[in-house]
Design a protein around this ligand. Structure first.
Ligand code: ADP
Length: 624
């Protein structure tokens, strides 16, 4: 037990080291981007094209808002001066004026603030939404091999959608803060120098200190959130995995282990808590204190200037307040630079994904089609195809596969597991392109790479081992089989239902095609899910049907029902089936035997049995 515990603490240590290394590498990458990357502001703002007119009131509003504080000091100091007037009537008249000035500044601030916040909010949200759509489209464009890259996990891609767009839109919103801050800075400086340039010159020294104080507050906040984020993300990943695999978690009784792992990550987020909190406290304290020290210094200088009759009360106060607001504005602008850093990295990553040229673009426009109308989709030839997976370049999976299929033929593909049968299916669907050799279609032997990909994929109905259903009704699931804008008659739907053996939808309290299948089809049995998947494959009435071990995961009874559905579905189509159970492909017109990345035998069941080769041996093994 002690050994087990030691083992687990060792693996935890490795995990911590791994996460640390990843974090360091990411920080290094971000540093490089911040140094060398220039945000293409024009391209970014083009995502706000319909809202461009909003920029004018947004920026003007922000500038009015930013100017309100320094302008208000004129009324404030004016009021203070009025209080000391010996003539009460004069004092009242002056204060009345000042009150009116306050009201005017208040109205301007209210309007400016409302306009700028409202308009920038519209701009930011519209941009976020458009960027999200652009990122999603960018993802869909990528070839299947892109998703084999370990750095393109679903978690990373969904984070991209969520976070990048949001962060980049902050860049657009930061224009608001910059405009307000610059306006505060300029108006504050002008007021200060107009009223007392001597005091202003001395006070200028405080501006860098105020910038540093704002930056310190921001750094403290950023440091705290960054550390927590990574650990909390890891903790959340455990929650996501556990919920998605709730059955497996319960069956394996690993609830306690998972809670333990969860607590581990949450506690790790607390490890630096004391130090971080103390630092954050000190950071905030120092930056807040600095403002009071500046006041102390400012009033000391004021006392000297008044004593030497260089300035009066009004002059020093105006200069003091003007510079103070200018400093606050500059501080805020500095903080924006920090926010822009995160946005810059997000912007770089986002455009990199959007601009990535996909090796096989699934959204290729129909105009680039190589005369698909003339092609017979059912005629297919593999000519000496050699292939390895892009992320496993050392392993040649197909080592010279050659075969041809005629329209209407039913073909069975058999062979030892891991020999490359599913890979052949992937290449037929053009998820990947072979590195050598050719895949040709139609009587004219057109290379598959020259055919419009969307047209080609619409010619194929695919049923895999694990039917993937979406959490909606059976009807919506089978309609996913149709191309955009395509529709089918009710008769055709019922015909497909019949072929796919979907009669169960009308029994046991089910609601026909409106039956909800649940998350990932969990309310249906394996065989039922598979039959819905067959029906979906038939929706587009495809001339080619690909069946990748469609019955391997089923019990004998379900298998019989699904097999029946498959036999009916293959009628009148070119079909290509990988079989786990050899009995299911015995009736095929042609059987191809794949071994070690090559088609080594070809013929009908009887011919291959008579050959007494690989197929014969597979049959013998299966009977044993
Ligand atoms: P079969 O269908 O005959 O069992 P496959 O075509 O699934 O064989 O797999 C052939 C080989 O390719 C196996 O070694 C498998 O591990 C590898 N392979 C399959 N898919 C991928 C992938 N996406 N990336 C890397 N290697 C893969």
């Amino acid at each position: 037990q002690a050994q087990v515990r030691r083992g687990s603490s060792h693996s935890e240590e490795c995990e911590i080291q791994r996460v640390k290394r990843e974090k360091e590498a990411e920080a290094e990458r971000e540093k490089e981007i911040v140094k060398g990357y220039k945000v293409p502001m024009g391209r970014l703002l083009s995502y706000n094209r319909p809202e461009w007119p909003f920029f004018v009131p947004a920026i003007l509003g922000a500038m009015v808002d930013g100017a309100a504080n320094p302008v208000c000091t004129v009324a404030l100091v004016g009021s203070m001066k009025a209080f000391f007037k010996p003539d009460k009537e004069e004092m009242r008249a002056d204060l009345e004026m000042m009150a009116l000035t306050f009201v005017l500044v208040g109205v301007a601030a209210l309007l400016g603030s409302t306009l700028s916040h409202g308009c920038f909010s519209i701009l930011g949200e519209a941009m976020t939404q458009r960027l999200r759509v652009a990122i999603l489209t960018g993802m869909f464009r990528q070839e299947v091999g892109f998703h084999d890259d370990p750095s393109n996990t679903p978690g990373m891609l969904s984070k991209a959608l969520e976070l990048w767009a949001f962060r980049v839109a902050v860049l657009c919103k930061s224009i608001q803060a910059k405009a307000a801050a610059m306006s505060s800075l300029v108006v504050g400086l002008v007021i200060a120098f107009v009223y007392c340039w001597q005091m202003s010159l001395v006070m200028l020294a405080s501006i860098p200190i105020m910038i540093a104080a704002s930056a310190l507050q921001w750094l403290v906040l950023l440091g705290a959130s960054k550390n927590e984020n990574q650990n909390i993300t890891n903790a959340n990943q455990i929650v996501v995995d556990s919920v998605m695999n709730a059955r497996t978690v319960q069956a394996l009784c690993v609830e306690k282990n998972l809670v333990h792992m969860y607590v581990g990550w949450v506690e790790k987020s607390l490890v630096g808590m004391w130090r971080r909190s103390l630092l954050a406290g000190i950071g905030f304290g120092v930056s807040n204190g600095i403002f009071f020290f500046i006041m102390a210094g400012g009033f000391y200088v004021a006392s000297l200037l008044i004593k030497e009759s260089i300035a009066d009360f009004e002059g020093v106060m105006m200069a003091f307040m003007g510079i103070f607001y200018a400093g606050m504005g500059a501080g805020q602008a500095a903080v924006m630079v920090g926010d822009a850093t995160k946005a810059k990295v997000a912007c770089h990553d986002l455009f990199q994904l959007m601009d990535r040229v996909s090796a096989i673009d699934g959204l290729e426009p129909a105009a680039t089609a190589a005369t698909p109308q003339k092609l017979e989709a059912g005629r297919l030839e593999f000519r000496d195809v050699k292939f390895f997976y892009p992320f496993r370049p050392g392993v040649l999976v197909l080592k010279g596969t050659s075969f041809s299929i005629s329209p209407g033929q039913s073909v069975g593909l058999v062979g030892p597991s891991g020999g490359g049968k599913s890979t052949v299916m992937s290449l037929i669907q053009r998820f990947y392109d072979p590195q050598e050799g050719q895949i040709l279609i139609g009587a004219d032997h057109v290379p598959l790479s020259a055919v419009n990909i969307r047209w080609w994929r619409r010619q194929i109905g695919f049923v895999g081992q694990e039917p993937i259903l979406f959490n909606t009704t059976v009807r919506a699931n089978i309609m996913y089989g149709l191309a955009e804008g395509e529709s089918v008659s009710d008769e055709y739907v019922s015909q497909c239902e019949k072929i796919s053996n979907l009669a169960f939808l009308y029994k046991n309290g089910n609601n026909g095609l409106e039956t909800e299948v649940g998350p990932r089809g969990s309310r249906l049995s394996g065989g039922q899910k598979q039959r819905v998947a067959i029906c979906r494959a038939l929706m587009r009435n495809p001339p080619v049907l690909l069946l990748d071990e469609a019955t391997s995961a089923l019990d004998t009874q379900s298998e019989a029902l699904v097999q029946q559905a498959l036999e009916a579905a293959r009628e009148g189509r070119t079909s290509f089936a990988i079989a786990h159970r050899l009995s299911t492909i015995q009736g095929c017109d042609v059987i191809l035997v794949n071994a070690d990345g090559r088609v080594v035998e070809r013929g009908s069941h009887e011919e291959l049995m008579a050959l007494k080769g690989v197929y014969y041996n597979l049959q013998m093994q299966a009977q044993r």
